[in-house]
Design a protein around this ligand. Structure first.
Ligand SMILES: Nc1ncnc2c1ncn2[C@@H]1O[C@H](COP(=O)(O)OP(=O)(O)OP(=O)(O)O)[C@@H](O)[C@H]1O
Ligand SMILES: [Mg+2]
Length: 264
């Protein structure tokens, strides 16, 4: 069984892409066969895994429009995951898809062709609630919501949860809301902790463990086209490895997900 997890939040810069890349690489270390999907026309996920979007010939764009087979587009990476890359063309897919019947199902249909070859598929959604994010949510078994633990982190969460609810009613009744994933977390202040508790209470959201700490290693890794798991030991890599173990036990053995509340 393939487990498809969408990572979504229409708020920008909350570490959606970083989470997909790092969690994907950490799952691969545990022996999972992992595919990551770049659904953002900016192509940041593609780039962060060592492929230049400007030099990618065919991308998720042509796959969604059914112009090429998904198999002909997949790229291998040095981080042990396969990537379905994005290029700026994808910005146009949004408009082209809108004219098509069943537009929310394009990614789900494409993934069905290769799903058996992967244990986990992680989908990096763009910072919007448009048709690309709807494709991610429609293809997924579950959705995780990265939350940057700063003031106003809750803004937009209500709207996102409403979208998840719409998807559950209309295109994907089986979609599960896994919960929030605390990112850019600063354990030295009580501020991060208070914000997380507030958002969790306000929306009745589970908060997954562990929180991902803020560290400069992410920027360094990004520039190098590798994930934080490569190179020097650091607390960011350790956190994503722990998150991967948490998720993998859940996916493989049906273990209940560890939550942040119980960890603290
Ligand atoms: N734990 C962390 N500590 C420090 N910096 C981080 C951390 N996680 C992510 N970053 C940095 O924060 C920035 C935003 O991260 P990222 O691109 O993953 O967010 P995003 O939600 O995908 O953004 P967008 O909405 O634009 O797609 C990047 O520069 C990334 O390197
Ligand atoms: Mg991103």
């Amino acid at each position: 069984m393939t487990y498809v997890l969408a990572v979504a939040n229409q708020k920008g810069g909350v570490a959606k892409t970083t989470t997909v890349a790092s969690l994907g690489a950490a799952l691969a270390e545990l022996g999972a066969r992992v595919l990551v999907v770049d659904l953002d026309p900016q192509g940041c996920l593609t780039f962060s895994l060592g492929h230049n979007p400007d030099r990618v010939e065919r991308s998720v764009h042509e796959v969604l429009l059914e112009e090429v087979s998904i198999r002909d587009v997949l790229l291998e990476t040095e981080d042990g995951v396969t990537v379905l890359p994005a290029t700026l063309d994808l910005a146009g897919a949004e408009a082209m898809l809108l004219m098509r019947a069943g537009r929310e199902y394009a990614l789900k249909r494409a993934l069905a062709d290769v799903a058996e070859e992967y244990d986990v598929i992680l989908v990096d959604c763009p910072p919007s609630l448009g048709v690309l994010t709807l494709n991610g949510l429609t293809a997924a078994a579950a959705v995780a919501v990265p939350l940057q633990c700063e003031t106003l982190a809750h803004r937009g969460v209500g709207q996102l949860l409403k979208t998840v609810n719409d998807v559950q009613r209309i295109t994907n009744p089986d979609l599960k809301l896994l919960g929030a994933l605390p990112t850019l977390y600063d354990s030295r202040t009580t501020h991060s902790r208070d914000i997380l508790s507030d958002v969790a209470d306000r929306y009745g959201l589970a908060v997954l463990a562990p929180a991902i700490p803020r560290t400069v290693r992410f920027a360094e890794a990004n520039a190098a086209g590798r994930t934080v798991l490569v190179g020097r030991r650091n607390k960011g890599a350790a956190a994503y490895r722990a998150l991967a173990e948490n998720l993998w036990a859940h996916v493989k053995d049906g273990a209940p997900l560890k939550e942040w509340q119980t960890e603290s």
